[in-house]
Design a protein around this ligand. Structure first.
Ligand code: ATP
Ligand code: MG
Length: 337
């Protein structure tokens, strides 16, 4: 680790994808589209930290992970991983990390879990005896020793995800990048898998982990610190507790309405107990979030305003701020819009 306690550091990291730039597209004079996938990202992740990148689809999470794992080149900026420069020392970076990418098939389905791990382990040029021991230890760590001779094609998606994580740990890297580790898993398996990530991989094996997710509960439960990413930019970065504290209001009332009008919003905004509101459309329904010191103090008035605007309250609930509320307050839209 070169004697430092920073595991990952980025300076103004930027990635721009250009479409319509190919020869045929130029001949057809198609427009060139540019997408800024990652924009001026500055991060400092400490050794043994469990750090989360939380953001909606297309926010730039996977692109950032791919840059840090040397699969993509940045257009601007720089980064070090385990003290190594991602562009000048890409080999050392690769030897320092383990990676799981949710979007890609990471295992050979016609091989058993043990054969998969032995094959991928051999790419790290581990000695045969060392490799056998490592594979057996990792299968044990993941609780999969009894399934070592089963074909991966017969595994549940949860257990495949465990083997993919085991694969990322083969060379015992100090840093792990986990891209959407629990996507597609049922809630109870996700919970079990999160425990493995936190207790076994982060705490026991002392790995630094950078994970991406668009599940706010996952980020809240797992991460020491979280960066909110939206349209390629980090828009907030702190511990889950402090992020939630950044919403001063004590309560949030969430209404699902049949319609929203400008007058309605302005009338609600004028109420003394209301500090702010956010609204957006979802599946033909209108979501209105009212941030307030006390739901009891303004509920009757709000319902009166909604009814006067000839809208219907389809449902409502009051809650304490969650990370999603912080995200909505910052961006004006939810993580799953
Ligand atoms: N190879 C590519 N070519 C062109 N555009 C791309 C490419 N890869 C990603 N993008 C664009 O860059 C932006 C960021 O994509 P990225 O996959 O990093 O987001 P993400 O946060 O991982 O999203 P998701 O939650 O859907 O996985 C998106 O607008 C996406 O369409
Ligand atoms: Mg992604």
């Amino acid at each position: 680790m070169n004697g430092k306690d920073i595991a990952i550091e980025t300076h103004n990291l930027t990635k721009i994808f250009t479409r319509g730039n190919g020869v045929f597209e130029k001949l057809r004079k198609k427009e060139i589209y540019k997408t800024i996938a990652v924009k001026n990202v500055n991060l400092e992740i400490k050794e043994q930290e469990l750090f989360g990148l939380l953001g909606p689809n297309g926010a730039g999470k996977t692109s950032l992970i791919k840059i840090l794992s040397t699969l993509l080149l940045p257009d601007e900026g720089s980064a070090t991983v385990n003290g190594w420069d991602i562009q000048k020392n890409s080999f050392e970076v690769r030897m320092s990390i383990g990676l799981t990418l949710s979007s890609e098939r990471q295992l050979y389905w016609k091989l058993t879990s043990k054969e998969n791990l032995e094959y991928f382990g051999s790419l790290y040029l581990l000695k045969h005896s060392e490799l056998k021991e490592r594979v057996s230890d990792i299968l044990e760590l993941m609780g999969l020793s009894d399934q070592k001779d089963n074909l991966v094609e017969n595994f549940s998606s949860g257990n495949r995800q465990k083997i993919a994580l085991a694969r990322a740990m083969l060379n015992d890297p100090p840093i792990l990048f986990l891209d959407e580790p629990t996507i597609g898993l049922d809630p109870s398996f996700s919970q079990h898998f999160r425990k493995i990530i936190k207790k076994k991989i982060n705490k026991k094996e002392k790995k630094t982990i950078l994970l991406t997710t668009h599940y706010m509960e996952e980020a809240d439960q797992l991460c020491d610190r979280i960066a909110f990413i939206d349209k390629g930019e980090i828009i907030a970065l702190d511990t889950p507790k402090n992020l939630k504290r950044s919403i001063d209001e004590k309560e949030i009332i969430t209404f699902v309405l049949s319609s929203i009008t400008k007058t309605m919003l302005s009338e609600i905004g004028k109420l003394e107990a209301v500090s702010s509101e956010k609204h957006y459309e979802k599946d033909g329904r209108y979501i209105l979030k009212v941030y307030t010191e006390s739901a009891g103090a303004c509920m009757q008035d709000i319902i009166g305003i909604i009814t006067a605007a000839r809208s219907q309250v389809l449902s409502f609930k009051t809650s304490k701020p969650t990370l999603e509320d912080v995200f909505i307050k910052l961006t004006g839209s939810g993580l799953h819009e």
